[in-house]
Design a protein around this ligand. Structure first.
Ligand code: HMG
Ligand code: MG
Length: 311
């Protein structure tokens, strides 16, 4: 194994949030709860649950309170939720959320379309949120969207991303997730962007979040792992997309990431076959076909990656 690669990768499962925020037909609250409970039994360290955002903007997640209250909270699993403003964190606190994520972008136009604020305004908006979070001993993650391209502005430079990394770092985010929202990146660009970002915070506080529009996500993840990243966002069965980013396809499928990592001897703690079962469950409920080749293998024929892994 390449000695530069991490021995363990923390996966952040975003399917219930990034995935279900994008479904055209509403998903019943009890289905969301059942889905998250299944994910909780897969060995994932972090499962993003929902968003406390405006129900006018994201009607798919208007049941955030009910979902958060209804899920089993498994010891040792973190259940973060997205929060855009003070109203969002107040709602989150009222139902017992322990960890939140704030979200901004490296593109002014995307940010305006997504959260109705400039980048600078969004940071100002997050300041009281982070203060309230600290008073409640809640951890705050930060997201940056459009790190490799914007549906409105086109290419985004590493310097633009690095500036926003510095802002979220100053704000006190314990982790900053770099989002290729529309999945246009390729490994060399991902590497350049990450190198610039890592100059403004430490690499172990950076996470990567690739959507898979052009099937580059796994290659991009590997390029970033080689630079020392050890936190990867992914979405079971490739669920996902952002309603305010036209052309945004699903996230990289968690099972694809797990197969690659376990096959390379990198631990995640995730039970690969249970994860695939959770994907089958939500696909059946959504009447949807998985975007993962692995997920389309019939259950009886699926093999754990370790079976083929030689030392
Ligand atoms: P706004 O319209 O400018 O908000 O939206 P406002 O402060 O003017 O308030 C307007 C109304 O919304 C008021 O209600 C507020 O109370 C209400 P009224 O008085 O008119 O009845 N409101 C809220 N209600 C419930 N919860 C709240 C809340 N805030 C205000 N938290 C706002 C600004 C930020 C609220 C809105 O733009 C919004 O909610 N946007 C969310 C968009 C979103 O969730 N996008 C997807 C997530 S980001 C993503 O997917 C990318 C990511 O995956 C990484 C990647 O891939 O790049 C993370
Ligand atoms: Mg996303």
């Amino acid at each position: 194994m390449n000695s530069a690669l991490p021995k363990h990768v923390k996966l952040v499962e975003v399917g219930a949030r990034d995935g279900l925020q994008n479904e055209k037909t509403p998903v019943a609250t009890d289905v969301k709860i059942d889905f998250i409970n299944r994910l909780s039994r897969c060995g994932l360290a972090t499962i993003e649950v929902t968003s406390f955002v405006s129900p006018e903007w994201i009607p798919q997640l208007a049941d955030a309170e009910e979902v958060y209250a209804g899920i089993d909270k498994v010891e040792g699993v973190a259940y973060p939720c997205l929060v855009p403003n003070v109203k969002g964190i107040e709602r989150a606190i009222a139902c017992g959320v322990r960890e939140i994520s704030v979200f901004t972008a490296a593109s002014e136009t995307f940010n305006r379309k997504n959260i109705n604020a400039s980048i600078a305004e969004s940071i100002e908006r997050f300041k009281p949120v982070v203060k309230i979070a600290a008073e409640h001993k809640m951890r705050v993650r930060g997201y940056i969207s459009c790190v490799l391209g914007c549906p409105y502005e086109g290419p985004i430079t590493p310097a633009q991303v690095a500036d926003v990394v510095a802002m979220l770092d100053d704000l006190g985010c314990y982790e900053i997730s770099l989002g290729d929202t529309i999945g246009v990146g390729t490994p060399a660009r991902a590497r350049n962007m990450l190198e610039a970002a890592a100059k403004r915070t430490s690499i172990d506080r950076l996470a990567v979040h690739f959507h898979n529009t052009y099937s580059q996500a796994l290659a991009n993840i590997l390029a970033c792992l080689e630079l020392g990243v050890s936190t990867v966002d992914a979405s079971v069965s490739g669920l996902g997309g952002c309603p305010y980013a036209k052309g945004s396809a699903g996230n990289v499928a968690t099972e694809d990431v797990v197969y690659m990592l376990h096959g390379m001897g990198i631990e995640t703690g995730v039970d690969f076959l249970k994860l695939l079962d959770a994907g089958d469950f939500i696909n059946a409920k959504l009447n949807r076909t998985t975007t993962s080749r692995i997920g389309s293998i019939p259950p009886a024929n699926r093999q754990r990656p370790e079976r083929f892994h030689t030392a």
